[in-house]
Design a binder for this molecule. Structure first.
Ligand code: NAD
Length: 485
């Protein structure tokens, strides 16, 4: 297996860069608790160098044609696919997610983003607007300049690409700060992009905690900030960006509802609930953690769910037959345990799980609470761990009202065989990303993002282009200028 220790902590101006004066950050392998690598937080000098490199690199990059930019991004996508196994291993070492997942979801979804936005890069244009007397306006789509990306720890490769690919396609440069919990993968993304031909300074990675993120967000050289993180962090980052009148994309947390009606295909509904709660040990922002089950199907749902959960294979995430790994950190596991205690204290019925496994690493098994009521903290707050809350409901209107009674609005799902109900319900649910008879798929072709407190802006799809470029208009007069005097 590869040595996870990176060449240096940061990637700036086309090369690895170290500054050991920065606060050390230990990288802990969640499956064992062992320290497997160490990086250093960016010092003010490193932050400054990254931003200067981005300013200079962006000018070179924006002067290239979109087709040339796209070619480099698509080359990087191919390289990511060629190196999928090594990148997946690193993702597993960084996050603890099982190889069964990382081999098919992380570098591959990052490559999809590079390929998709690489494909769009040559077609990003403005328009011609005809006016009276032959006058016209044309618009120019221009990059924003230097964009800052700040990542969460659950999908470090994917987040680095989901932000980088559209930003770079539009001709911006990026300074990306990974989560301090998972600092390794973004460095590989930077390395591959530069190997594929990216000019120096166009994609930089700097490590650090919230202070480093804060320093980037407030810097006047920065035009745009894209954060993936929690709602409290989003509020701070959005406010700091507003002070500098910067563009933002906010991909934040959720407490998404999944509505399972009596007529649902039971097997599909159970599969959706499993994927939407226990994939990546429950550490997925769009998870449908409030599972509203209509009373007529509740017993069958819980029975089948328990049977299916008995087949989960918990263990060493490097073993490709393992389907459920550890949580990302001891800290996150303790937070989730706190919610399990809260669920028990508030009177929810624990169906399965709830206790840390007696083995090394941060393992908390799939946990299901039934008889959950809307007021319980496990039904109101984002847990970000493998805890499913099952709530009962009688009718459609009631389920919709209860599902929407949350400050969050990231995702929502409905399972029913009734086609009109499916569309009616999903339209009524307040969520940026909806699912009918499936859950948690996020193809690059489709917009992804939240409404209400769950975020601002959209990642993926053609819409992301709007968030990494702006239109400038030029009025062209074909006639004499008429002035009143
Ligand atoms: P977090 O909010 O603690 O941290 C996110 C990032 O912000 C980290 O890189 C952190 O260092 C940085 N940060 C913290 N304070 C900052 C500040 N004041 N200024 C600038 N940067 C700052 O989130 P986390 O614990 O890493 O990730 C889990 C959260 O992310 C969950 O709420 C989850 O729902 C959310 N998430 C959302 C999406 C999405 O696409 N909507 C995807 C993954 C995770």
């Amino acid at each position: 297996m590869q040595d996870p220790q990176p060449t240096a902590s940061h990637f700036v101006n086309g090369a690895y860069l170290e500054d050991t004066a920065g606060t050390p950050i230990d990288v802990v392998y969640p499956a064992t608790g062992a320290v497997i690598a160490r990086v250093h937080a960016a010092t003010p000098a490193v932050i400054d160098a990254a931003l200067d490199a981005a300013v200079a690199g962006q000018k070179v990059w924006a002067a290239m044609t979109g087709t040339e930019r796209g070619r480099i991004l698509r080359r990087a996508a191919d390289m990511m696919r060629d190196r999928n196994r090594a990148l997946s291993e690193l993702e597993t070492l960084d996050t603890g997610k099982p190889m069964q997942e990382t081999l098919v979801v992380d570098a591959t979804s990052g490559a999809d983003a590079l390929e998709y936005f690489g494909g769009l890069a040559g077609s990003l244009t403005g328009e011609h607007i005809p006016l009276a007397g032959g006058d016209f306006v044309y618009t120019r789509r221009v990059p924003l300049g230097v964009c800052v990306g700040i990542g969460a720890w659950n999908y470090p490769t994917q987040i680095a690409c989901w932000k980088g690919a559209p930003a770079l396609a539009c001709g911006n440069a990026m300074v990306f700060k990974p989560s301090e919990t998972t600092p390794l993968c973004a460095l590989k993304v930077a390395e591959i992009l530069h190997e594929a031909g990216l000019p120096a300074g166009v994609y930089n990675v700097v490590q650090g905690m919230g202070e480093v993120g804060g320093a980037l967000v407030t810097d006047p050289r920065v035009a745009k900030v894209s954060l993936t993180g929690s709602v409290p962090t989003g509020r701070k980052v959005y406010a700091a960006a507003a002070e500098g009148m910067k563009h933002v994309t906010m991909e934040l947390g959720g407490k998404s509802p999944m509505l399972i009606f009596d007529d649902a295909d039971l097997e599909n509904a159970v599969s959706g609930a499993i994927l939407g709660n226990f994939y990546s040990s429950g550490q997925v922002c769009s998870n449908g953690t409030r599972v509203f089950v209509q009373k007529g199907i509740k017993d069958a749902f819980l029975a089948r769910l328990s049977e299916r959960l008995a087949h989960v294979k918990i263990g060493d995430p490097m073993d490709e037959t393992v389907s459920f790994g550890p949580m990302v950190s001891e800290r996150q596991m303790r937070i989730v345990e706190g919610y399990v205690d809260a669920g028990l204290n508030e009177g929810a019925r624990l169906v399965t799980g709830g206790k840390q496994l007696a083995r090394e690493g941060f393992y908390l098994p799939p946990t299901v609470f039934a008889d959950v009521t809307d007021d319980m903290s496990i039904a109101r707050e984002e847990i970000f761990g493998p805890v499913m809350a099952v709530l009962d409901f009688d009718d459609e209107a009631e389920a919709i009202a209860r599902a929407n009674d949350t400050p969050f609005g990231l995702a929502a799902g409905v399972f029913t065989q009734d086609i009109t109900r499916a569309h009616r319900v999903i339209a009524a649910l307040e969520a940026g990303t909806g699912y009918i008879n499936t859950y948690n798929l996020a193809p690059v072709e489709a917009p992804f993002g939240g409404t209400k407190a769950s975020g601002v802006g959209r990642e993926n799809s053609k819409l992301a282009i709007e968030h990494y470029s702006e239109m400038r208009s030029v009025y062209v007069a074909m006639n004499d200028v008429e002035a009143p005097y």
